[in-house]
Design a protein around this ligand. Structure first.
Ligand code: NAD
Length: 253
């Protein structure tokens, strides 16, 4: 029980990596708070976890909207009076070469993937500072370190998150708050399925191509990332600060 009674916040936790992380955290004794815009997915998750005896709360929160985020953090503080772990996981994709990419898509992907991390961290940090501890996990990607076709805008956001993580760590280390990033490779989630469906005529061929880039034989699973998040959330990673943990099947070498 690595997270017994720890209050763990997960943005974009309704499905994919966030949902798998919620399950793993609950198995480890955490009280999980999910923020997501997908109410149906959140409901499905809450049913699944409560059936197994886990303690989980879900809220409709848009991480790009300060009022929505601030209300969520106020509610969390009222319910539990502390925030042990914040996993800034919510993210969206943007596929396309830059000269053809709609400005609206640039604005959307930078808003969710970068501003979302800023707004949620900004709202949660005063609680962590006051209590004198905390662990923040920011979702970057292996793409922060490598090139991939039609992903320049998305890559820009994940590079930004990795850079942000390192400077956040410098600022918040004096308060005993650790800030680290996760850098997954291709994890088979609704996010990736959607990307493949929209981007390629032959999705199977695209999957084979993605596998060929990495050293491991299979694409990653949400659980692969969830267990890495568990490590960064738990005291076992106490000496890990300002780092980007790769969970990428060796795609970055
Ligand atoms: P997913 O689409 O399966 O889940 C993302 C969740 O975020 C969804 O439930 C969605 O509703 C929620 N969300 C989107 N916009 C939101 C907003 N404005 N406010 C609140 N919630 C919002 O995606 P996933 O594959 O689980 O990805 C999770 C994170 O991991 C993302 O940040 C993504 O960029 C990152 N990532 C994914 C992969 C991968 O291969 N799947 C690889 C590297 C990094």
């Amino acid at each position: 029980m690595r997270l017994q009674d720890k209050v763990c916040l997960i943005t974009g936790g309704g499905k994919g990596i966030g949902a798998a992380t919620a399950e793993v955290f609950c198995q480890e004794g955490a009280i999980v708070e999910i923020a997501d815009v997908d109410d149906a997915a959140s409901l499905e998750l809450i049913n699944k976890i409560t059936e197994k005896g886990g303690e989980i709360y879900t809220s409709h929160v848009n991480v790009t909207d300060a009022d929505s985020v601030n209300k969520w953090i106020d509610d969390v503080n009222s319910r539990h009076g502390k925030i042990d772990v914040l996993f800034n996981n919510a993210g969206i994709s943007a596929v396309g070469v830059l000269h053809e990419l709609d400005e609206s898509l640039w604005d959307a992907v930078t808003s969710v993937n970068i501003k979302g991390v800023y707004l949620v961290s900004k709202a949660a940090l005063p609680t962590m500072i006051k209590q004198g501890y905390g662990s923040i996990i920011n979702m970057s990607s292996c793409i922060a370190e490598m090139g991939l076709e039609k992903r320049a805008a998305y890559a820009a956001t994940k590079g930004a998150v990795l850079s942000m993580t390192k400077s956040m760590q410098v600022d918040y280390a004096p308060y005993n708050i650790r800030v680290n990033a996760l850098m997954p490779g291709t994890i088979f989630t609704p996010f990736v399925e959607d990307y493949l469906r929209r981007s390629y005529d032959d999705a199977d061929k695209a999957i084979a191509g993605l596998k060929k880039r990495q050293l491991g034989p299979e694409l990653g699973t949400p659980e692969d990332v969830a267990y890495a998040a568990l490590y960064l959330a738990s005291d076992e990673s106490g000496y890990v600060m300002g780092s980007g943990l790769k969970v990428d099947g060796g795609v970055t070498g």
